[in-house]
Design a protein around this ligand. Structure first.
Ligand SMILES: Nc1cncn1[C@@H]1O[C@H](COP(=O)(O)O)[C@@H](O)[C@H]1O
Length: 400
């Protein structure tokens, strides 16, 4: 009966050949979007998959990259590219997608133009969606569409109130945005302020989404950013007990020497397993880039943390009161394949700090050159000592 009705109404409307389409409610858990650029010769370049968050059906926040599993990102990019390749025309296309509970990607809409979900690319990508659009349309080679910053958030400035009062509120927001590192304000200079109207946008770029989100909260909630909260720790030093601190402090001292922001916490795999779970699984979202974990005895902390985080973990075997630290060393170093822990010597938290600096320096020129300087200084110090020993002889060297 239903089928018959549908068929009749389809016929009455002129049939599918006229371009009819049917819609149904999609039970999505997140909305994703992808800007896809297409050259005149049909080759395609895909921007990173972003998450779009809507308020009253208006795009409010865009997070780049989308905080979803890698497989989901791959699937979303593939659906977006396939959708655009079935269309004609050169330029950028915005593909809006739904992510369902069971990990399916559904195609929602394709807009054949630069789009609000791609505004972040002005600051966050090597080629903005606007430049890419022009390149594609006039037949120039496409630019690099990848992110040049680890993460970005775009926040639409929507009219809160009509008229003057609305302008004042928007300007207060902009004022706060100007105090946030990595934030850029785009004001569209529209003559009239209306509720829910897009009046401009703010893009914040930074080291991680978690890091940027705290900046955004400051802009939106109006809380002042104090100096302590402005510095996001890059290294997390954790240890099973405060009795490990006299050993673990060396890691903190060396990070301090290299001006690497870090935090120090007590987290025990056995005494506070829930805390260990939440610390390890959320560390990367807070902007932590390396974890140094020290423990003694049945030292399961570094290994368990490595199992819960994609970040590099450096393990420090702490010498406990018995067995001379061999127990800690073996507990940390003998990890199963697939879950690595970079284990340093027993009680050698200094090397853990230095290794963390070296890991960070891969993408940080300044740190790398400071590390080279440290090696030079170390060499000079040893050579000086060698000279002194040779000049003075070992007996007076020991006495001095
Ligand atoms: N393995 C382990 C799990 N929770 C704490 N520890 C370790 O137990 C040792 C002794 O801890 P405490 O001094 O608190 O008894 C410390 O080295 C600490 O890392």
């Amino acid at each position: 009966m239903t089928v018959l009705l549908l068929r009749n109404s389809q016929r009455a409307l002129g049939g599918f050949s006229r371009g009819l389409y049917a819609e149904k409610w999609a039970p999505f858990v997140k909305e994703l979007a992808v800007i896809v650029a297409r050259e005149r010769n049909n080759s395609i370049s895909c921007y990173p998959v972003v998450e779009t968050i809507h308020r009253d059906n208006i795009c409010h926040i865009v997070k780049a990259p989308a905080n979803v599993k890698w497989k989901i990102r791959e699937r979303a990019a593939e659906v977006a590219c396939r959708a655009v390749s079935t269309l004609e025309g050169a330029g950028v296309f915005a593909v809006e997608l739904f992510l369902t509970d069971d990990g399916q990607i559904l195609l929602n809409e394709v807009a054949p133009r630069p789009h609000n979900s791609g505004h972040h690319t002005i600051e966050s990508c090597y080629t903005s969606q606007f430049e890419q659009h022009l390149r594609a349309v006039v037949g120039l080679p496409l630019g690099d569409s990848s992110l040049k910053t680890p993460a970005a958030i775009m926040y639409n400035i929507l009219g809160e109130e009509e008229g003057e009062h609305g302008f004042r509120l928007a300007h207060q927001l902009i004022r706060r945005a100007l105090t946030i590192p990595g934030a850029s304000v785009h004001w569209y200079d529209k003559p009239e302020m209306r509720k829910q109207r897009k009046m401009g946008h703010i893009t914040i770029v930074g080291k991680s989404l978690g890091n940027i989100e705290s900046g955004l909260a400051t802009i939106v909630d109006g809380k002042r950013l104090d100096d302590n909260s402005a510095v996001t720790p890059r290294v997390g030093i954790i240890m099973g007990s405060d009795s490990d601190l006299p050993v673990m402090k060396s890691a903190a001292e060396f990070l301090e020497m290299f001006d690497v922001p870090h935090e120090v916490r007590i987290v025990s795999a056995h005494r506070t397993p829930e805390l260990m779970f939440s610390y390890a699984s959320s560390a990367h979202e807070r902007g932590i880039q390396v974890i140094i974990a020290g423990a003694g005895g049945a030292a399961h902390l570094p290994g368990m943390v490595a199992a819960l985080t994609p970040l590099p973990v450096v393990g420090v075997p702490v010498r406990a009161s018995t067995l001379d630290g061999i127990d800690s060393l073996l507990s940390i170093v003998q990890m199963p394949r697939g879950v690595p822990v970079a284990t340093v010597a027993v009680n050698n938290a200094t090397n853990a700090g230095l290794l963390a600096v070296r890991i960070l320096s891969v993408a940080d020129d300044n740190l790398r050159s400071r590390m080279s300087q440290y090696l030079e200084d170390q060499k000079e110090m040893v050579l000086k000592k060698g000279d002194k020993l040779q000049k003075e002889g070992w007996k007076s060297y020991l006495d001095s």
